[in-house]
Design a protein around this ligand. Structure first.
Ligand code: NDP
Length: 353
């Protein structure tokens, strides 16, 4: 029987000032790759895709960031990572059935050929837990959380610090809060977009408190939960939520400038400019707010994955994930993630044969 193959392409751009929609994506049949793969290449069957908010920038003609290329209309899309199974191999280091992953350039195609040097085997200690861990806790978002806290948060054990995390129930935020606690941060408060998310943060992931920014006043609740002020702010969202947190920050405190998702559908540079009032607060209170990009710390990925694995095994960090079934539904999953439909890491399970 002839093997079928499918991919996802960009059908249209949403426009820099618009929200993306499912209709921007198209799911199409494509030829099965030629077999066997050449020397140094592997044929992969896609199992899972990672979806990441930064890909919203790839939908624009110009991404505005150096680390990401704009998607072209009609080309096979690719994202930041995935999990696949080796079908056939032109590299003796890989055999059919091996589970592999990559941090970057993962095609949104069911079967694809790729250079064997751009993938790596999933270690058994990870696949024994779940292969999707390597797109989540030990993937780019887990590393962002871990390295963001380690490099920019200035957590000092025993110093009675309070950290606030926005986008707290998402892939990065949920791990950042757990890592900060494991590092010795005394109080971790999450800001997110639903009561269910708040409940998961406090009852499952060990956050001290959580605020639903859609139904509660962020300022009033923060004043109540942390009258001692905020020492660290792990910022995933930017905009008015971040302004409210920064107003309550202590002198010599730290903002981890991780992401600004509330402004990704607006035509503004990254990082978006702050108001005069907020800029003045940062200056007067000597608050650090350095841009953080996980890709700048690639030399620390291997050692950080080892540390993250220790935290997982010790039960100090737990994974949450939301899985959409079917490559055909990648557009729906992307739009859902950009509007808060996910809890933890948004993944797509490739089910098409
Ligand atoms: P998430 O899993 O956090 O998913 C995105 C979440 O953002 C949604 O679930 C939604 O949750 C929230 N959100 C969407 N729109 C808004 C809004 N207008 N205001 C407030 N919250 C909103 O995604 P990631 O963990 O992958 O990414 C989180 C952030 O980290 C992003 O800004 C991303 O760009 C950044 N990032 C940065 C990296 C770096 O190297 N600096 C690397 C990886 C990610 P809710 O229901 O709470 O609204």
């Amino acid at each position: 029987m002839e093997k079928k193959n499918f991919h996802v392409v960009l059908k249209s751009r949403p426009g820099e000032d618009n929200e993306p929609s499912e209709s921007n994506f198209s799911f199409e049949e494509v030829p099965f790759p030629p077999e066997p793969p050449k020397d140094g290449e592997v044929l992969i069957r896609n199992e899972y895709l990672s979806l990441d908010p930064a890909l919203r920038c790839a939908m624009n003609r110009d991404t505005g960031v150096s680390y990401l290329k704009a998607w072209e209309i009609g080309e096979t899309l690719s994202g930041f990572g995935g999990v696949g199974t080796i079908v056939s191999s032109g590299d003796p280091n890989y055999i059919p059935g091996d589970l592999v992953t990559a941090f970057y350039h993962w095609p949104w195609k069911v079967y694809f050929i790729i250079s064997s040097s751009s993938v790596r085997k999933i270690p058994v200690e990870i696949s024994a837990i779940s292969p999707t861990i390597c797109l989540n806790l030990t993937g780019l978002t887990g590393l962002t959380a871990y390295l963001g806290v380690r490099e920019k948060a200035h957590v000092i054990k025993g110093a009675n610090q309070t950290m606030v995390v926005s986008g707290a129930a998402g892939a990065t935020g949920s791990v950042a809060g757990q890592v900060a606690k494991a590092e010795g941060c005394d109080k971790v408060v999450g800001i997110c977009g639903s009561d269910t998310k708040c409940q998961i943060l406090t009852e499952e992931l060990g956050f001290h408190a959580a605020i639903n920014y859609k139904t509660e006043s962020v300022t009033a609740r923060l004043q109540q939960i942390c009258p001692e002020g905020v020492d660290i702010y792990f910022d995933n969202v930017g905009g008015s939520i971040s302004d409210e947190v920064i107003r309550l920050m202590n002198p010599d405190s730290h903002v981890v400038l991780c992401g600004q998702i509330s402004l990704y559908n607006k035509n503004v540079p990254y990082p978006p400019p702050l108001s005069e009032e907020i800029s003045a607060i940062l200056k007067e209170r000597n608050i650090t707010r350095e841009r953080f990009l996980v890709l700048n710390y690639a030399d620390k990925f291997d050692s950080s994955v080892e540390e993250l694995l220790k935290l997982i095994v010790a039960g100090k960090i737990k994974a949450k994930e939301t899985v959409e079934m079917g490559l055909a539904n990648v557009g729906r999953a992307f739009v859902s993630m950009m509007t808060g439909g996910n809890i933890g890491k948004q993944l797509v399970k490739v089910t098409e044969q």
